[in-house]
Design a protein around this ligand. Structure first.
Ligand SMILES: *[C@@H]1O[C@H](CO)[C@@H](O)[C@H](O)[C@H]1NC(C)=O
Ligand SMILES: *[C@@H]1O[C@H](CO)[C@@H](O)[C@H](O)[C@H]1NC(C)=O
Ligand SMILES: *[C@@H]1O[C@H](CO)[C@@H](O)[C@H](O)[C@H]1NC(C)=O
Length: 303
């Protein structure tokens, strides 16, 4: 794959701001306060891990929850709507988990061999958010143009399904999840749903999340979702693109799976400790794209 893609890797090198991570600042003191998750904390993410993986399954199998292993892992799910074509629109589904007592929204990621070029294609510029969808969000908040356009394609359909689910199941709790590009779309959905449904309690739990927006975006996300989690596996390089030099910043809430499979909580935005993605994978050449699909506590993303 790398041999075929040498030109795009060179391009990536330019846009991933390979030299942007000041790893030298990661000292012993910084590492000391990075804490390991307990087994129970890791297990609590498991249903969302399967929901992120399930979004790779075709809508014809998520609408009646017949998708096999991924669906069987969450037997308390009640589907409400599914869509997408897996090509111009990523698959997605909405429904209710009667155990978690939460609306679940999940978007499909892209093929692992395509994700880096999707992130760094011509639409990687930071753009102001759509003011109709993101009513009242400051124009200083900017996001990846391609991610923004992709999220806009399904936004109102997803909102309508979420409203139906909330009323059918008398809940105001919503969790959005996804892997890779699907995580980026679901993070935008989390913000969109919180703007459109101000009385709802919204959270995002995502996997292999690329950087989605600028500093103002990361700050807004931090202020809205204190329990947000974006879980990164080992040397996956997707979380370090697009590069910080292009103005991209991750929200807080990173959980990083270390080489020995310990999960740690990384405080702050883009923590540059070597125990967190930004410090552990200073350039895409330090990364391993095979780590992108997982395993996340035993779960590999895909249907
Ligand atoms: C689910 O829907 C698919 C496609 O419509 C159908 O082939 C399958 O038999 C259904 N499965 C169940 C369990 O209802
Ligand atoms: C895993 O690796 C980290 C970082 O090297 C280390 O601090 C931790 O003790 C290790 N945990 C286990 C269970 O080996
Ligand atoms: C990374 O985590 C350490 C330990 O808590 C903290 O001292 C440091 O400020 C964090 N770095 C960033 C960039 O947030």
């Amino acid at each position: 794959m790398f041999a075929q893609a040498s030109w795009s890797l060179y391009f990536l090198f330019l846009v991933a701001s390979a030299f942007a991570s000041p790893t030298a600042r990661a000292g012993i003191e910084a590492r000391a306060a990075i804490t390991a998750l307990t087994a129970a904390q890791i297990t609590a993410y498991k249903p969302y891990t399967y929901y992120a993986s399930t979004a790779y399954c075709s809508p014809s199998t998520t609408i009646n929850w017949s998708c096999g292993t991924n669906c069987e892992a969450n037997p308390s799910f009640v589907p409400v709507a599914s869509g997408g074509d897996g090509d111009s629109i990523q698959y997605w589904f909405v429904g209710y988990d009667t155990t978690l007592k939460s609306v679940i929204v999940s978007h499909q990621g892209t093929d692992v061999t395509e994700i880096l070029s999707v992130i760094t294609d011509t639409e990687f510029a930071l753009e102001t958010m759509d003011s109709t969808l993101f009513t009242g969000v400051s124009s200083s908040v900017k996001v990846h143009d391609g991610f923004g356009k992709e999220q806009a394609k399904t936004a109102t359909t997803v909102l309508s399904a979420v409203k139906t689910t909330m009323s059918t199941h008398s809940t105001s709790t919503i969790t959005t999840t996804g892997h890779s590009l699907g995580a980026a779309l679901s993070l935008l959905d989390a913000l969109y749903l919180s703007v459109q449904l101000p009385s709802a309690s919204v959270n995002f739990i995502g996997y292999g999340l690329p950087r989605v927006g600028n500093q103002a975006f990361a700050n807004l996300i931090d202020s809205k979702f204190p329990n947000l989690a974006h879980i990164n596996n080992k040397e996956d390089m997707v979380p370090i693109v697009p590069g910080e030099l292009l103005g991209y910043v991750h929200p807080s809430g990173e959980k990083h799976i270390l080489d020995n499979s310990t999960w740690v909580a990384c405080p702050g935005q883009d923590n540059d400790s070597q125990e967190c993605s930004t410090g552990d994978v200073p350039t895409i050449f330090n990364g391993d794209i095979d780590d992108h699909i997982g395993p996340y506590d035993g779960v590999e993303m895909g249907c």
